[in-house]
Design a protein around this ligand. Structure first.
Ligand code: PEP
Ligand code: MG
Length: 326
């Protein structure tokens, strides 16, 4: 089975009726690029940069970041990469947040983009490194945990300022690096239509989207039974985001765990997704499902799933649809 899956790594993720889906890898470290390439990823759909920051008690310098990003970009040999700005906080704490920053509800607190906007020097340093490294490949920048348009506009303004500063110093940069937002807060999903006018792409972060939609801590085992990508509320939010992206003609992909689970591949295909990003080892199974699927059937399935009342019913429906393929 392993042999069959690895032989298929070079084949496109294309349905039986000829619809192409691009499959990307999620990475945290440069050495994971090799696994992405081995399993036939079209590029990196999510590079989580916070791990650079979690290694040491002090933040990485611009030069250290420039080197790290450059290494990842170069190892992709021209394939596209989406680099996410710092997503610190909640489950990704680090010591230099300072003892004074203890929060009663860190998941609802100063994390991710909120943290970057509150610490402009840290944010600018990362953006300088990213924009400098971006000349070496097909790079896009992604902001995590965006809740409001105002946050997006502020982040975009900082990117503009940093680019102008670098150019004034004599750096030659790409004309424009595409900017996108993670859709992982229900507020952003509900406002997707507005966000789509102001960004180049969406990346749906289902891990946090499930947590915030159902009010279930993604790390709390005592309420883990409530935490489900199959919950109809989550499915509906994703459908809204895809529809908004289609309407405005921007790219949309899923980079949360749901995007790498074979169980949801048909649903996401049927909803209109043509790009999924996942840990590299999950690429073969998802590719296999796509290669065994038909778009018309997936569309019917997605519409049917959206009409159901409970996660349990959705899972039963998707399992039944997957059985003939796997
Ligand atoms: C997500 O929330 O779905 C996501 C991809 O980001 P992370 O798991 O790093 O929060
Ligand atoms: Mg997230």
């Amino acid at each position: 089975r392993y042999r069959v899956l690895s032989e298929q790594a070079g084949l496109p993720a294309e349905t039986l009726d000829g619809v192409r889906v691009e499959l990307f890898g999620n990475i945290e470290f440069v050495d994971e690029v090799a696994a992405c390439l081995k399993w036939g990823a079209a590029g990196v759909g999510l590079y989580r940069t916070e791990f650079l920051y979690l290694r040491a008690p002090t933040p990485p310098t611009e030069e250290e970041q420039y080197q790290a990003y450059s290494a990842v970009i170069r190892s992709l040999q021209g394939k596209p990469i989406i680099i996410r700005t710092l997503d610190l906080g909640a489950d990704k704490l680090t010591s230099y947040r300072g003892a004074g920053s203890l929060e009663a509800n860190p998941v609802l607190g100063l994390r991710s983009l909120r943290f970057s906007l509150r610490h402009p020097e840290l944010f600018r340093t990362q953006l300088r490194a990213l924009l400098r490294a971006a000349v070496q490949g097909d790079v896009r920048i992604l902001f995590p945990l965006v809740s409001t348009l105002d946050e997006l506009r502020r982040a975009r303004a900082v990117v503009g300022e940093v680019a102008a500063e670098l150019r004034a110093e004599g750096h030659s940069l790409r004309d424009a690096v595409p900017l996108g937002v993670m859709v992982e807060v229900p507020a952003a999903a509900l406002m997707a239509d507005q966000f789509a006018k102001e960004v180049d792409f969406f990346s749906i972060g289902t891990n946090d989207l499930i947590q915030y939609t159902l009010a279930v801590d993604r790390t709390n085992e005592t309420v883990a039974d409530l935490y489900s990508a199959a919950d109809p509320s989550v499915l509906r939010l994703i459908a809204m985001v895809v529809e908004a992206a289609e309407k405005r003609g921007i790219e949309v992909s899923v980079c949360g765990s749901m995007g790498g689970e074979p169980l949801y591949a048909l649903f996401l295909l049927g909803l209109g997704l043509r790009s999924l990003s996942m840990p590299p080892h999950q690429l073969p199974e998802v590719r296999r499902v796509i290669r065994g699927a038909r778009l018309d059937a997936a569309r019917v399935l997605a519409a049917e799933a959206l009409r159901l009342d409970t996660a349990r019913e959705v899972v039963a429906l998707l399992e039944a649809a997957l059985r003939p393929i796997l």
